[in-house]
Design a protein around this ligand. Structure first.
Ligand SMILES: NC(=O)c1ccc[n+]([C@@H]2O[C@H](COP(=O)([O-])OP(=O)(O)OC[C@H]3O[C@@H](n4cnc5c(N)ncnc54)[C@H](O)[C@@H]3O)[C@@H](O)[C@H]2O)c1
Length: 331
């Protein structure tokens, strides 16, 4: 069976999930991993029996026996490894946000087109059955056109200690922007947004964004990092799409497994990535497996869209500008 030869750059908390997911796919061989943290990458290389480990991405990218590079570095450091991987003829899967500015994201796309390589954005929610089924239902036309999209993403305060390294719009909101653009099937025309820094950090921990699409649809996105840690609710996310002839939606926080014990409540997020005794499941495995199938068959990965992801980056910049100026921003 032909295999896709994969290398992963960035083996932090999400990069290790990539490693587990890729290793569980029969059509994939993970040939190399790279992280700037030497001890971490050596330990993971041993634990997962990866033949080659690197601390320098350039050395890895000099290899000509890699088909696909997965870039899972910090949010603002996707550009260098992605550009070098594309320029050396490799397909690239780049985690969200594709970049933290529009200029870098368009340069990456331009290079992918020039090189004839795939550049696929890591918007895993398109492979989450509930988000994907809502899109499928909207596409079927049974509910008519979407007119109002409400998306909410809320995370515990403790996570903000790490992720305030990036603007909330690039950490949380880009996920919802990709979904809103996918569901609306149209371009964003204008943005009015509000941000608050409740815990006093340099970047807002609470963001509201109102979007108007060229086809008339409206969207409201609510994101925050203000769920009390003690509530033990990892994801308090919601979706509601009002269409001309019906409404579709779900609440992630009520859909998962709950455990109430002497230690309090635990709400595990089982649908994105789960590894139980080496058996991996979830939307991330679906997403990476789909891409590798497309590479092997030569089909277009139409469930993903680098164009939508890059439009999301443009809208993210407009949201930040609207929060800063208090004005509506036309795109
Ligand atoms: N789609 C999702 O659901 C999801 C979930 C979590 C994180 N992410 C995204 O994944 C990316 C990584 O997030 P994380 O939480 O794993 O971060 P992290 O801080 O845990 O890990 C990042 C790793 O990248 C390494 N690194 C950074 N620059 C490097 C370079 N130039 N060369 C080699 N290694 C380098 C760091 O040493 C670190 O180990 C971010 O873009 C984040 O937004 C996506």
């Amino acid at each position: 069976m032909p295999k896709v030869r994969v290398a992963i750059i960035g083996l932090g908390s999400w990069g290790e999930c990539h490693l587990e997911a890729f290793r569980s796919l029969p059509q994939v061989e993970v040939v190399a991993i790279c992280d700037a943290r030497e001890e971490l990458v050596r330990q993971l290389g041993e634990a997962y029996s990866i033949p080659d480990v690197y601390t320098n991405a350039d050395e890895l990218l000099n290899r000509d026996d890699v088909d696909l590079v997965s870039v899972v570095t910090y949010e603002d450091s996707h550009y260098d490894p992605t550009m070098k991987a594309l320029q050396s003829g490799k397909h690239v899967f780049v985690e969200k946000p594709v970049a933290t500015n529009f200029r870098e994201s368009t340069a990456m796309w331009q290079t992918a087109k020039e090189q004839g390589r795939l550049l696929v954005p890591g918007h895993v929610l398109r492979f989450d059955p509930q988000y994907a089924e809502a899109h499928h239902m909207l596409q079927s036309g049974r509910l008519g056109k979407p007119v109002s999209i409400y998306l909410r993403r809320a995370r515990p305060r403790a996570l903000f200690e790490t992720y305030q390294r990036t603007h909330t719009v690039f950490e949380l909101t880009v996920n919802d922007l990709d979904i809103a653009i996918w569901y609306a099937g149209s371009e964003v025309k204008s943005v009015k947004a509000y941000g608050r820094s409740v815990m006093g950090a340099d970047v807002p921990d609470l963001v509201w964004a109102c979007l108007e699409f060229a086809n008339g649809a409206l969207a409201v996105i609510e994101n925050h990092w203000l769920t009390p840690n003690e509530a033990n609710i990892m994801m308090a996310d919601s979706v509601e799409v009002v269409a001309e002839q019906g409404i579709i939606g779900f609440e992630v926080q009520h859909a998962g497994l709950q455990t109430w014990s002497g230690q309090g409540r635990d709400t595990s997020a089982l649908h994105i990535h789960l590894n139980r005794n080496g058996r991996v499941s979830g939307a991330l495995k679906e997403e990476l497996g789909y891409l590798c199938d497309c590479i092997l068959s030569g089909e277009d990965p139409v469930q993903t869209s680098i164009g939508d992801a890059i439009q999301g980056i443009k809208v993210a910049e407009a949201i930040i500008e609207s929060i800063r100026t208090g004005r509506e921003i036309k795109l």
